[in-house]
Design a protein around this ligand. Structure first.
Ligand SMILES: C[S@@+](CC[C@H](N)C(=O)[O-])C[C@H]1O[C@@H](n2cnc3c(N)ncnc32)[C@H](O)[C@@H]1O
Length: 264
């Protein structure tokens, strides 16, 4: 088996196959994907709920990959969303879904699940359209750069969201810290950061390609956020689901979902 060890950025550009990665998100067919979806969708739903949830004009999703599940609740409470990713193939895959092109991934089971959490499973097609209207741009992003979205010039975001990206993109804690420092200026003072990720994870597989991950612990995560000028308002955790134990595609032990506010 040709295992590709990933350590640098070009590895994503070369080896990360969006359509293979999307296999994780075929609901009911992949225990690890289901674990991520069930945990994070519940918390996105609570975070962006109409009464008292986060809302605003602009939300920027950092390292969207080829996925949209992380935006399904937010698209009800933000006027505009900008999706971003490092790789060309991921951005193309996202555009495919946004423009309803042939071969686009079928997100409808996930969209229906979110609509059910919101109380009306039948409005799933409407939600898909709403998300397509709300995602205004899909931009190149590199969290390793001082200005991750350069050359794009954007208004300050009310919310930055990032799911399973920073610990994948950053090989060291130093790089993780730097990434937060690079992202911070994109957010308005008192704006919110919604971050999801995994605990203790050292790798995940996409087909035969192995991607290294920075293993995180709660204590370190809290420290890095605080040092980077964010106040954690909520940190939700879940142990890795028992139905995933036989899965060898990743060694994470749990998942986190946090909401933090930029200090000033
Ligand atoms: C595990 S995937 C997560 C994708 C998606 N957000 C999700 O929740 O499934 C990690 C993503 O990080 C992106 N990535 C890797 N290096 C990056 C960098 N330097 N800047 C921004 N994104 C990067 C990859 O292209 C990939 O889409």
């Amino acid at each position: 088996m040709a295992l590709q060890e990933s350590t640098g950025l070009d590895v994503y550009q070369t080896y990360f196959e969006p359509t293979t990665y999307l296999g994780y998100y075929k609901m009911g067919q992949n225990p690890v994907g289901d674990d991520v979806l069930q945990f994070s969708l519940k918390h996105y739903n609570a975070t962006f709920k109409p009464a008292g949830g986060l809302r605003g004009k602009l939300l920027i999703d950092i390292g969207s990959g080829p996925t949209i599940y992380q935006l399904l609740s937010a698209c009800e409470s933000f006027e505009e969303i900008i999706a971003t990713d490092y790789t060309d193939k991921n951005r193309l895959e996202l555009e495919k879904w946004l423009k309803k092109m042939p071969g686009a991934f079928d997100w409808s089971p996930v969209v229906k699940y979110v609509c059910e959490l919101e109380g009306d499973r039948d409005k799933w097609a409407e939600k898909e359209e709403r998300l397509r209207r709300t995602v205004r741009r899909v931009l190149k992003c590199d969290v390793g750069k001082e200005r991750p979205l350069e050359p794009a010039v954007l208004p300050l975001a009310d919310c930055l969201l990032s799911s399973l990206c920073l610990e994948s993109a950053c090989g060291t804690l130093e790089a993780f810290r730097d990434a937060l420092r690079h992202l911070r200026p994109l957010l308005r003072p008192r704006g919110h950061l919604v971050l999801t990720g995994s605990f203790d994870c050292t790798f995940y597989m996409v087909g035969d390609s192995r991607f290294t991950v920075l293993p995180l612990k709660e204590k370190v995560l809290r420290e890095v956020l605080q040092e980077s000028g964010f106040t954690i308002e909520r940190l939700e955790k879940a142990q890795r689901g028992p139905e995933t134990v036989l899965e060898k595609c990743s060694d994470y032990t749990g998942l986190f979902f946090l909401v933090a506010q930029k200090n000033d």
